[in-house]
Design a protein around this ligand. Structure first.
Ligand SMILES: [Zn+2]
Length: 430
């Protein structure tokens, strides 16, 4: 089996791995980069209006034969580990006949993102990996493992071919609401791993203020108990662990968790996969309608959902009346200042900033200062801390450990055993 990491040996984002035998080729992940070659934020607008050939010349699309539309297809399949754009965001360029495998939750979330936000993925050959069986693709056998990550239903993959076993960790952690998965993996790891591709997102980042979701939940409880006016939670609607933490905090303090239609739609869909995920009609949840979201649902012939969610609708008058009991999910977007304008007494209200602080702009900090909003960070990463990376590497005990999804690959040899550093596009025979 041959391995090529097309992108990901020295950066976070844009992961793409190719595995090759004499008769088959599969890709794992096909992500949008997060940084450009100067390590500045990657601007997705540079993709606009450019052909596959042009994007290959810019090294944005990897030069992989038989992958792209208008080519003769020769890639057998693509596996997608999870629903973050830096792992699937370039799929719109691939040949529409190539089967693209993912978990059910990942497919839901990619479809939802495509409906509301991204709108690039049309008529691709998505296939859901059934929960138990392994996949046979050409002469590859692929076994998937559910992992704990900030993206719902994320997978790691064990790929076997020609007597070799490669494990792709994907993005993972050991401190989320599914930490049991991490513990099980450590306790009962896959054996005889020839090669482990392991993420290392956290290696260059600071020690976290909050160790796990429970600590975040407790902090939200404290904030809600003290609050005398509305509290905002800035979090991704797709970070289900975080929404669960917020919801549980609302139950404990009898606060009302106000979500928007987009979030109600996500929770509704995912509740069908995992019954513990709170739904719009659960106690203490109310839905704020935004015109943009309503228009999307109407256009997608899902108008009946608006009638359904309408039962739990909350309008601005009610939000005002009950503002000292409200935790409202929001984000730094064009809608937030409009919402704020309609709520009285926002002075001293708190924004719980519950996302990676790399998203926080100076402009938004100034805006909050101007409005008298108090910002407090309460976040824990979607990625494993060093201690858990060590436990993971020790448990899998690979013959070769190759860094991926990290800006800090040169730290690996000091921290882990059997490390081999690869370059992007280098071919390794396992
Ligand atoms: Zn991720």
């Amino acid at each position: 089996m041959k391995l090529i990491i097309h992108r990901g040996t020295k950066e976070i984002g844009g992961s793409c791995v190719e595995l090759i035998t004499a008769i088959s080729r599969v890709l794992i992940d096909f992500g949008m980069p997060l940084v450009n070659k100067n390590r500045e934020r990657f601007d997705p607008d540079v993709l606009k209006g450019k052909s596959v050939e042009e994007l290959k010349k810019l090294f944005i699309l990897p030069g992989i034969e038989g992958l792209y539309k208008d080519e003769k297809k020769s890639i057998n399949a693509i596996l997608i580990s999870h629903s973050h754009l830096d792992h699937y965001g370039l799929l719109s360029y691939v040949h529409p006949d190539i089967p693209i495998y993912m978990s059910k939750g990942v497919k839901e979330l990619i479809d939802i993102t495509n409906l509301f936000v991204y709108r690039e993925l049309k008529s691709l050959n998505f296939r859901v990996i059934s929960s138990k069986e392994s996949l046979a693709i050409g002469d590859f056998k692929i076994i998937h493992y559910l992992v704990d990550h900030s993206a719902f239903d994320a997978l790691a993959f064990l790929v076997e071919a020609q007597g070799k076993r490669l494990f792709y960790s994907g993005d993972f952690r050991g401190h989320g609401r599914k930490s049991i998965l991490f513990k099980q993996m450590i306790k009962n790891p896959p054996k005889n791993i020839d090669c482990l591709l392991m993420e290392g997102s956290m290696l260059g980042r600071n020690q976290q203020l909050y160790n796990n979701e429970e600590e975040i939940e407790e902090r939200i409880v404290e904030i809600l108990k003290e609050s005398k006016t509305i509290t905002f939670l800035f979090a991704s609607s797709q970070n289900i662990d975080r929404l669960v933490s917020a919801y549980r905090a609302c139950l404990k303090t009898d606060s009302i968790f106000v979500i928007d239609l987009y979030t109600a739609f996500i929770l509704d869909k995912l509740n069908k996969i995992s019954k513990g995920i709170p739904r719009f009609d659960w106690k203490n949840i109310r839905v704020k309608f935004l015109k943009y979201h309503a228009d999307v649902l109407v256009k997608a012939n899902l108008k009946e959902l608006l009638y359904l969610y309408n039962k739990r609708k909350i309008d601005i008058d009610e939000i005002n009346q009950k503002r000292d009991r409200i935790l409202m999910l929001a984000r730094d977007n064009s809608i937030f200042p409009i919402i704020l304008k309609n709520i009285s007494a926002v002075e001293d209200s708190k924004i719980i900033y519950s996302m990676w602080d790399g998203y926080l702009t100076e402009g938004f900090k100034d805006f909050c200062h101007e409005k008298g909003l108090v910002m407090e960070s309460a976040h824990t990463s979607g990625h494993a801390e060093l201690e858990d990376l060590k436990k993971f590497a020790n448990a899998l005990n690979p013959k070769k450990l190759i860094p991926i999804h990290t800006f800090e690959r040169e730290k690996y040899p000091k921290l882990f055993e059997n490390v081999q550093i690869l370059e992007d596009r280098e071919v390794l025979e396992l």
